[in-house]
Design a protein around this ligand. Structure first.
Ligand code: PMP
Length: 450
């Protein structure tokens, strides 16, 4: 067949495809991606781009892994599908493997996406309290700036006004607190004191809302997509303590942090905490196939095994835990382990941070922060007032990077006035040359925008 021109594909795309996030800006067109290998995406005209934000999609082992394609192919030939009302080997082996990685015993509930996994967590938290004799415990606490998914419950937990305000009213019973933002902490307080105060804000919320109404708290180990907000370790320890004190379940969203991004297999492992429920998604398969997991502490699960139909967890979905996705997840984890990509994540992150540290002298770079191979660069108009950089300034950097073959992400919330944080999270399989390329492009583009 004759290869269609980029022009004709773009026209058809404009006519038929409604894209996620922003529609095209006047005069611009989407990239028609054709191939991807390692850290690089090639467009329809053969231009190559290093995907510096693939980490937010969790393509952790990099693109074009034949082993993953093969795992899906073999499994689909043997048995493409059974619903999770039954079981099969890939689902069983994967659940066992996840427990090995978590170093704890959880029950593994499968679904398809991060949003799904969080919805499952909220339903389990509510039903658990119901069956534990506390039916009024229904509220979920989450944090401003965090993203937890696109469905009504997960969106209600999300703390970004931009994504929510035109879809209200959302689900009831979701309340928010501020996350630690160490860059903007009040002066005169140490980071540790400030983080203790942020945790205290959660306890105040629980008390003022009446603790008998609170089912759970959901948080990422660090806020990733919302702008890379990394707490002081004391914060997570305090949050765990507060949850225990008030009978509130601690739900940790590992959708992005899970499977190596932060330099440990799971982000919460930086903080020596034991979550009650853990959600994970795209990192399971490096986003090659849809799959997610809600891991639930065994003693919570026990409440769902008592006699009586009405004590079961009423939740089913067609694709969750499908055999091909589970087989890909097992292979993906094998690659992470065999290639030591989790420790490589920590090494690459340190080198990237080091390579970019001189950016902090740039007039518009307010803060540079990272954990593992996830870096946030916060742009401001003025370093004294810390006024967030305006959209134009941020977009100039993003466009400059793209023109030099590097895709970087932008995070925050345009409605709240904070859309000023660039994120870098290349695949964990990033080569030394790739890393050198990223550092060179970023430095060059910032220099051009002084
Ligand atoms: N939680 C977090 C922390 C996420 O970053 C995302 C997606 N970026 C989700 C949940 C939702 O995942 P999905 O897009 O698979 O529904």
């Amino acid at each position: 067949s004759v290869k269609q021109s980029t022009q004709s594909l773009v026209e058809k795309d404009k006519e038929h495809v409604w894209h996620h996030m922003a529609q095209y800006k006047p005069g611009s067109s989407p990239m028609i991606a054709s191939e991807a290998k390692g850290s690089w995406i090639t467009d329809h005209d053969g231009n190559r781009y290093l995907d510096g934000m693939s980490g937010l999609w969790c393509v952790n082992v990099g693109y074009g892994r034949e082993e993953l394609a093969q795992a899906a192919f073999e499994q689909m030939k043997q048995m493409a599908y059974v619903p999770m009302t039954q079981s099969h080997e890939p689902a069983i082996h994967l659940a066992e493997k996840i427990n090995d990685l978590l170093e704890e015993d959880y029950m593994i509930f499968y679904s398809n996406s991060g949003s799904d996994a969080n919805e499952v967590a909220f339903k389990i938290a509510r039903q658990y309290h119901h069956q534990n004799g506390d039916p009024s415990r229904h509220k979920i606490i989450s944090r401003y700036r965090a993203y937890h998914g696109n469905s009504f419950g997960a969106l209600s937990a999300t703390g970004q006004s931009l994504r929510k305000y035109k879809y209200e009213p959302l689900s009831s019973g979701f309340i928010h607190v501020s996350p630690p933002d160490n860059y903007r902490k009040p002066s005169g307080q140490s980071i540790e004191e400030y983080n203790i105060q942020c945790a205290k804000e959660i306890e105040d919320k629980i008390i003022w809302e009446q603790k008998e109404t609170i089912a759970g708290i959901i948080m990422e180990p660090l806020i990733t997509g919302g702008g890379v907000f990394i707490p002081h370790p004391v914060y997570m320890k305090k949050v765990e303590e507060i949850c225990k004190r008030h009978g509130v379940l601690l739900i940790i969203d590992e959708v992005i942090c899970g499977f190596g991004r932060t330099g440990k297999m799971f982000g919460h492992m930086h903080f020596d905490i034991k979550p009650d429920i853990i959600t994970m998604a795209k990192g399971l398969t490096s986003a090659y196939l849809p799959l997610s997991v809600t891991a639930v502490r065994k003693d919570i699960y026990e409440k769902f095994t008592q006699d009586g139909e009405n004590n079961h967890f009423r939740h089913v979905n067609t694709f969750g835990g499908n055999p091909a996705a589970c087989a890909v997840a097992l292979k993906n984890i094998e690659i992470l382990e065999n290639e030591n990509l989790v420790s490589r994540s920590a090494i690459l992150g340190d080198r990237l941070q080091e390579g970019l540290v001189e950016l902090t002298n740039h007039p518009y770079v307010g803060d540079l922060r990272s954990l593992g191979f996830l870096i946030g660069i916060e742009l401001v108009e003025d370093k004294n007032t810390k006024q967030p950089a305006d959209a134009e300034r941020v977009n100039r950097i993003i466009k400059g990077c793209k023109a030099n073959g590097l895709i970087v992400g932008k995070n925050g919330d345009t409605v709240a006035g904070y859309n000023n944080i660039l994120t870098l999270s290349p695949p964990l399989s990033c080569t030394d040359d790739d890393l050198g390329f990223i550092i060179a492009v970023i430095k060059k583009v910032f220099k051009e925008n002084e």
